[in-house]
Design a protein around this ligand. Sequence first.
Ligand code: SF4
Ligand code: SF4
Ligand code: FES
Length: 499
Amino acid sequence: MSEKMVKLTINDKAVEVPAGTSVFAAAAMAGIEIPHYCYHPDLSVAGVCRMCMVEIEKNPRLQISCNTPATEGMVVKTKTDKVKETVKNVLELHLINHPLDCPICDKAGECKLQDFYSGYGLYESRMDYEKVHKPKVQDIGTIMLDSERCILCSRCVRFTSEVTKTNELGIFNRGDRAVLGTVDNKPLKNDYTGNLADICPVGALTAKDFRFKQRVWFLDKTKTVCTLCAHGCNTVVSRNPQTQKLFRVEPRRNPEINKSWICDRGRWDFHYVHDENRVPEPKRFVDGKWTEQTWHGAFQTLGEEITTEPTSMLVALSAQMTNEEMTDAVNTLSSLGVKDFTWVVDESVVSDSKPFDGILKHRDLTPNARGFEMVMKSLNISWMGTAQAVEKLKSKRFTRLLVMGLEGYEMPGLANLLLAAPAETKVALHATSQTAFLEKCDWILPNVSAFEKSGTLINAQGMSQKLKASVPKQFLSRDGQQVAWGLLQKSDRKPLSAR
Ligand code: SF4
Ligand code: SF4
Ligand code: FES
């Protein structure tokens, strides 16, 4: 049955929306912005900030648009003098006790009080009395709370009640003593706390990880996806273009996948990209110690070894690689004669298509297990499961193991493979970071992180999404495609200046 639609006009623009849509949402669909604080597309309607006032023909009083359904023939105006005067008065009320913190507030540049004051406020202060003071700089876990800056929009309270269902936050007292706080002053305790800093329209909730690190106007943004589990949440990554350092990962709204949220791990686990534990250059374990190597040397030695005895090698591809990396790795290594492939993944959880916590988080901590299956099937190449790979390594069926595309510190499935390899097995690891298993390896090759490469990934729901590089390649790292082609050519043809 087709959806019932209603037609209305907003600022003389004809709009057609599904019945039940609010006037606010109808205006947003038509590209008309209405000032607001408490409305959020992924939370229930509270109607408490009174900022979203509109004039509706034949209605003597202004109405809040977030809680008024659009109806057939409705004529709405959002920018009349009456609306502007009312919004200005509402804003004056919101700002009456607001501290003059803008120069030191971390929300500056993204604050809706600043934005709407310049659009609708611009009045002379009529406040002759001392402002009401409330608790400031309160540590509530991953977030700092400044109750004095809070405009009591209740978005954060609704988030902990409707999304995480943990109910840590509440509004206590009445009138100008009303204050936002945590229940029994206990810290926040859920895996999605960073979203509170995003949805707070002012600087009352700020993330400890980001506050005072950068002014937001110094940052460039890249739209990409999170690679820390199989859900593939859509994100925006911010970097300072001068230092080329990452500063922040935030959710990018996608109603089909992650709505407006990401988990705290996806938000704050990016620091490994710049940490000192990254593998800076290719290294080989010779005569009891690690020695630095060039990519050229690594490709020559490993490429020769593969070509000489391709069937003695097992290649394990991490499900953290993109489809393009996997395709090139399998194609080039097959052309060198390699016949045995497996994957690095926790096979017991890869078939879960839904988050285990009912929100976003998956037990499969890799972003592209579905992509691995699709690539192998499309290339008509069979692969062995992890249990079989472990058995064959233990039985010394292979004398060489090449593990490609490892990223970060949590690499489910890696320990089983490496521990199964007998001491005499020659192991080459292509990884971003130095792991506890280095003593098992003969070679370690620096891999790029997900923030340094572009490509496609297929999430647990089977949706193909684009990963986009947000910082340049760090150190001398190479992605899976570069390693695959280097091994095929047995040399690194890049000019020295590009290394
Ligand atoms: S802390 Fe922020 S999100 Fe929470 S009620 Fe206050 S202004 Fe709204
Ligand atoms: S739920 Fe998974 S994909 Fe989403 S942000 Fe968290 S780790 Fe990343
Ligand atoms: S956005 Fe409508 S009342 Fe707050």
